[in-house]
Write a protein that binds this ligand. Structure first.
Ligand SMILES: [Zn+2]
Length: 305
């Protein structure tokens, strides 16, 4: 299957993992968010995947956004445990999909950016102090683990997401070089209607990643829904790859008081999803604070439904 055909048609991606785990009573306050739940409460991870599949998601993302050797070492955990946790996250998603043998469910391995392993919000500006080679090494390590996984722990796609900069996307392209057989999407977090978080033009980033043989889709995530229409146009100006969008719920994070503000109406999210599909998105899902109700509404808004 070519990278392009894997996502032909219109598809529904799942929504937020961390907030749904919290709703199920898991403690996600630690610096690794949902990562430690992989070890302590795998049943809750499966339950979240199933809730999204039942809300009509056809692509589910593993609970591995913050799983990396570097991230584990930063919080004093044995880095070797990160490799096992990454593989386990894929295995849990596959187990959840097995409950629905009549449906085609794709498993995408969630791979956060370098900044997510620093636990300081650096992924939302991308001003890292590391070298370009450090970025390549960071991504190569997880890619190698997944590339050599057994079938039961092997994802259909790698989801490089919340990418803040062109440099990080280019580093990933280099890290994937030895593995042309892999399939991946590249999703950026954006600060306005045309720029990624670090400041490069989204269309420039889309053009760069579309040159990689592994690229199955390019997209936008962890961004306010009001910016998505404009950003889809930028993606389409930069490349002809399938477009994937999974914005946040629309609530805002108040860093001073450490809480979410505003509200998010799943029905309104569904109305926006209809616009995103008609603007050219091929895959729609949700990022922070989206829940199965948002995904169900997005699925109901998909064309030909
Ligand atoms: Zn997010």
């Amino acid at each position: 299957m070519t990278a392009h055909s894997l996502l032909s048609g219109k598809h529904i991606l799942d929504g937020g993992m961390a907030s749904e785990l919290e709703y199920l009573g898991a403690n996600i306050d630690g610096p690794l968010w949902s990562a430690h739940v992989l070890e302590e409460s795998p049943d809750k991870i499966i339950a979240v995947h199933r809730a999204y599949i039942e809300a009509n998601a056809e692509i589910i993302e593993t609970a591995s956004y913050q799983v990396s050797r570097m991230g584990y070492a930063e919080v004093g955990l044995d880095p070797g445990r990160a490799d096992a946790a990454l593989l386990r996250s894929v295995g849990l998603a596959r187990q959840a999909a097995e409950f629905y043998p009549d449906r085609r469910i794709l498993v995408a391995a969630s791979l956060g950016p370098y900044g997510a392993a620093l636990h300081n919000g650096a992924e939302y500006h991308g001003n890292y102090t590391c070298t370009f080679d450090d970025l390549i090494a960071f991504h190569r390590q997880r890619i190698n683990v997944l590339a050599s996984a057994l079938p039961s722990e092997s994802p259909d796609l790698l989801a490089f997401e919340t990418l803040p900069s062109l440099a990080e996307a280019e580093a990933i392209g280099q890290a994937m070089g030895p593995h042309p057989e892999l399939r991946a999407w590249f999703s950026f977090t954006c600060r306005d209607g045309i720029h990624v978080a670090h400041g490069e033009l989204l269309r420039q980033c889309a053009s760069a990643v579309s040159a990689f043989p592994q690229t199955a889709a390019v997209g936008i995530n962890c961004t306010h829904p009001s910016l998505i229409d404009s950003l889809i146009a930028e993606l389409r100006a930069g490349c002809d790859k399938p477009v994937i969008v999974y914005p946040n719920s629309g609530e805002g994070w108040d860093a001073e008081h450490r809480c979410w503000t505003g509200t998010s109406d799943p029905a309104a999210f569904g109305d926006e999803a209809r616009e995103w599909f008609s603007a050219g998105a091929q895959v729609v899902g949700g990022c922070c604070r989206t829940r199965p109700a948002h995904i169900r509404e997005a699925a109901a808004s998909r064309p030909n439904n």
